[in-house]
Design a protein around this ligand. Structure first.
Ligand code: F6P
Length: 541
């Protein structure tokens, strides 16, 4: 076993009584030593319990795990996704250097760039109105039908870049619940709506079901011309033909782009249609800049590595089971959902690359909500609950609403207030004084003071950036992707497969006939009881 794990645990045991406030008291310049910056993106991790020794040990752990070589292997296109025997080369989709990226002896960049140009041509023609609907009118609306990685990235990014949105309106359908497609199509005109069917496998039951419903909706209005309102995004090109979608409106990507890492290529088509070529390319540039930083910066100045080391410290060494993603940026409201897939589908594993049992805590539970809304929902637990949840704040120096800068000042003040409150808490003595000032005395005073005490010493990190531009968004997403890779590498797991989603999908297929009236007495009592309860009553005549 790598000795650094044991040393880290021992160090934690010895130092856990030292508070973050005390760390600042001992080293007032701690912010300088426990923060790093890349192209305007700052990571502050000084409000955590990490000290110099812990950081040294974590860096040694990363070196022992060969993190620098593993990073190089990923960018070189080696088949690091061992269980699916393929590379994880989403970075090629945003590569800016012009250098060749080889997969099995072939440079993949010409194909990547050709597809990007085709996407840009299609999106540009839609935006300008040159590519017309079957009725001759320009398309006013685009509906993306996909789920998981074929949905969350475009949803999150389209919302994040709302100030840059000057193309047709974009809508998203993901849930197989008929309510989703119904409510989305309800306000739209099939005569001027384009449907993008986005599915890497073109096999996902939710997406195929929603696609068929949407195609039927188009056919009712357009008849045989419905297919003129369809486009597809997939790795399974042969399957798209079955939907009658002509090849010029099919955008393919290779199987070495994982679904949850696919926003950079054809899966980003709705975003490209919404914000245009220049903004889409700026997002790719932001990600490429973070790629460059991840490959070249010293581990101690490397943002994704540092964020990953903090994550490993919190999850494995401190035993904190979850992490809260708290963007003080309303347009990042879907970032927690996006990161749930990116992080939990990647690192929610209990088997190592060698097929052995993981013996220490790996990927944590990821959740969150945009600030300040979260403050009025679950921050009570963050501050006074019995679970310690590392909080990960995100905040921009400026919003896009310059005329509303007082809103933004308040937003920033709230963000900083929360990380300070989590760290400092409110002592028993301060709580007593407060209770006294509110008129409490005697036993009531003690009781009230207990309620007003905040334990503090709760860790947080903050990502601060100038403004949520396309470039900054690209940086942020790539930062989290590489953080996940860093953590997965330290835990010795494959961050690029997702076998844990298979079983439920298989069982859903076998349960459908039972839901529709077939019987299977071998099923467990709960499942049979629920099927009975969920069977609609027969209509009375
Ligand atoms: O949820 C499992 C998963 O395979 C994800 O990894 C993927 O992003 C999603 O389903 C959708 O898959 P597809 O793009 O093939 O429809």
């Amino acid at each position: 076993m790598n000795k650094f794990w044991a040393q880290l645990s021992e160090h934690r045991r010895r130092t856990s009584a030292t508070t973050i406030v005390e760390l600042f008291r001992d080293a007032p310049d701690r912010f300088q030593s426990f923060s790093a910056e890349c192209d305007g993106m700052l990571l502050d991790f000084s409000k955590t319990s990490l000290d110099e020794t812990a950081l040294d040990l974590l860096v040694e752990l990363a070196e022992q795990a060969d993190l620098p070589s593993k990073i190089a292997e990923m960018f070189r296109g080696e088949a690091i996704n061992v269980t699916e025997q393929r590379p994880a080369l989403h970075t090629a989709l945003r590569a800016q250097s012009g250098a060749a990226v080889m997969v099995q002896g072939q440079d993949v960049m010409p194909e990547v760039l050709h597809t990007l140009q085709r996407m840009e041509g299609f999106a540009g023609a839609l935006r300008s109105g040159d590519h017309k609907s079957a009725t001759g009118a320009p398309f006013t609306d685009v509906v993306n039908i996909g789920i998981g990685g074929s949905d969350l990235g475009p949803v999150m990014a389209t919302r994040a870049l709302a100030p840059y949105h000057d193309g047709p309106r974009c809508h998203f359908v993901s849930n197989v619940d008929g309510a989703d497609v119904t409510d989305t199509l309800k306000g739209l005109d099939p005569q001027t709506t384009l449907i993008i069917i986005a599915s890497k496998s073109f096999n996902t039951i939710e997406t195929m079901t929603n696609a068929n419903t949407a195609i039927a909706w188009l056919r009712t209005a357009l008849g045989d011309q419905a297919s003129e309102h369809l486009a597809a995004v997939s790795s399974a090109l042969q399957k798209t033909a079955g939907f009658g979608i002509p090849p010029e409106r099919v955008f393919g990507f290779a199987d070495w782009v994982g679904g949850r890492y696919s926003i950079w290529g054809p899966v980003g088509l709705p975003l490209l249609i919404a914000v245009g070529r220049e903004n889409f390319r700026a997002m790719l540039s932001g990600a490429a800049a973070m790629d460059q930083h991840f490959q070249t910066a010293d581990l101690r100045q490397n943002l994704p590595v540092l964020l990953g080391l903090v994550g490993v410290w919190h999850s494995t060494i401190c035993g904190y089971a979850s992490r809260a993603i708290l963007p003080y940026d309303q347009r990042l409201a879907r970032l927690p959902a996006y990161l749930q897939q990116l992080d939990m589908e990647s690192n929610g594993k209990s088997v190592t690359l060698e097929g052995e049992k993981v013996t220490r805590a790996s990927g944590p539970i990821v959740w969150g909500e945009a600030g300040t809304n979260g403050q009025h929902a679950f921050y009570q637990l963050l501050h006074q609950g019995t679970h310690v949840v590392p909080a990960e704040f995100l905040v921009a120096a400026c919003g896009h609403e310059m005329e509303l800068s007082h809103h933004h000042d308040l937003l920033k003040a709230n963000c900083l207030a929360q990380s300070e409150a989590l760290m400092t808490g409110r002592s028993v003595q301060q709580a007593h004084e407060l209770a006294q000032s509110r008129g409490y005395s005697g036993d009531d005073l003690d009781r009230m003071a207990a309620h007003l005490t905040f334990p503090g010493n709760r860790p947080s990190t903050t990502l601060a950036y100038p403004r949520l531009t396309p470039f900054a968004l690209g940086q942020l997403i790539a930062l989290y992707e590489h953080r996940v890779f860093t953590e997965g590498t330290l835990w010795g797991i494959n961050s690029f497969d997702q076998w844990g989603v298979e079983l439920g999908k298989e069982l859903a297929v076998t349960l459908l006939p039972l839901i529709q009236g077939a019987t299977d007495p071998t099923k467990d009592g709960s499942t049979l009881g629920l099927i009975a309860k969920l069977t609609p009553p027969k209509p009375k005549h």
